[in-house]
Design a protein around this ligand. Structure first.
Ligand code: HEM
Length: 224
C-alpha cells in the first residue's frame, strides 16, 4: 500500500467536546423529564437547567480555544459554502470533512443558540404556583409570563432541531454508510492517506473553563 493510502487514525473530537456532548444529551433529556412527567420532580428541573447553562458557557469558550475541530472557526463557514455542500450532497458527491461539514456546522450553531435561549429564558420563567427561576423577580409579571411562554416555545423548536440532528446522523449511517456516533464516543476517525494532524488543546484548560463556567452560573443564581 502506498504511503498516500495508508489509513491514518486522527483524534477529531477531543475528550472535553465528547463529554460536553453526552452530558448535554443526558441533562437535556432529564430536564425535559422533570418538567413534563410529574410536579414532584420539578425541584430538580432548575438545577438541571443550571447544568445545561454551565455546559453551554464552557462550550462557547471551548469554541475559541479548544482543539482544531471543536473551534467555531473550523465549522462555522460562510452560508454559500453550506449551500454548495448541500448541492454537492444532492448530486451525490459531497466533499469529506474531518470535523463538522459546513451544513452540519450551521446545525450545531442553531442547536447551541436554541439551547442557550432555552436555558436563559428558564432563569426568568415561572409557573405562578410554586416554581420560579432565580431572575423572575427582576422583571415585571408581563415580561415574566412572556419569557415563560418563550421558554415553552423554544423547547418545541429545540425538539425539532434535535429530531433533525438525529435524523441527519442516521442518514449518514444508512445512506453514506458513515458512522458518526462512534467518533463522538472514541474521538477518532480514520483518514485514507495523509492529512494535517488536528491540534489538541490542553485538558487543564478545559477543566479551568468548566470550573469558571460553573462558578459563573452559581454566582448568577445565588446573587440574583
Ligand atoms: C438532546 C439531544 C441532543 C443534543 C442537544 C445534541 C447536540 C449536539 C451538539 C451541540 C453537537 C455539536 C458537538 C460539538 O461540536 O460540541 C452534536 C454533535 C453530534 N451529535 Fe448530538 N445532540 C443530541 C443527541 C444526539 C444523539 C441521540 C446522537 C446519536 C444518535 C447524537 C450524535 C451526534 C454526533 C454523531 C455528533 C457529531 C456530528 C458530526 O460528526 O458532525 N446526538 N450534537
Amino acid at each position: 500500500m502506498s504511503p498516500s493510502h495508508t489509513p491514518h487514525r486522527l483524534l477529531v473530537w477531543d475528550l472535553p467536546t465528547r463529554l460536553f456532548h453526552w452530558a448535554l444529551v443526558i441533562l437535556v433529556i432529564a430536564a425535559w423529564f422533570t418538567a413534563e412527567m410529574s410536579d414532584d420532580l420539578m425541584d430538580y428541573h432548575a438545577p438541571l437547567g443550571y447544568g445545561v447553562l454551565t455546559l453551554l458557557l464552557f462550550r462557547l469558550a471551548w469554541g475559541f480555544v479548544g482543539s482544531t475541530h471543536s473551534r467555531f472557526s473550523d465549522f462555522i463557514r460562510p452560508p454559500g459554502e453550506a449551500l454548495e455542500y448541500l448541492r454537492d450532497m444532492k448530486a451525490g458527491r459531497p466533499s469529506p470533512y474531518l470535523g463538522h461539514n459546513p451544513l452540519g456546522g450551521w446545525m450545531v450553531a442553531c442547536l447551541l443558540l436554541a439551547l442557550l435561549a432555552q436555558a436563559a429564558t428558564g432563569l426568568f420563567a415561572s409557573d405562578e404556583i410554586m416554581n420560579e427561576g432565580p431572575f423572575y423577580h427582576l422583571v415585571s409579571s408581563e415580561t415574566g409570563s412572556l419569557l415563560t411562554q418563550a421558554h415553552e416555545m423554544i423547547f418545541n423548536l429545540l425538539t425539532g432541531l434535535v429530531a433533525l440532528h438525529v435524523c441527519a446522523v442516521l442518514a449518514y449511517r444508512l445512506i453514506k454508510r458513515e458512522n458518526l456516533v462512534l467518533p463522538m464516543i472514541t474521538g477518532h476517525k480514520t483518514l485514507q492517506g495523509p492529512g494535517p494532524e488536528p491540534r489538541a488543546a490542553s485538558l487543564w484548560l478545559a477543566i479551568l473553563l468548566l470550573a469558571a463556567s460553573g462558578t459563573l452560573v452559581w454566582a448568577l443564581v445565588v446573587l440574583a
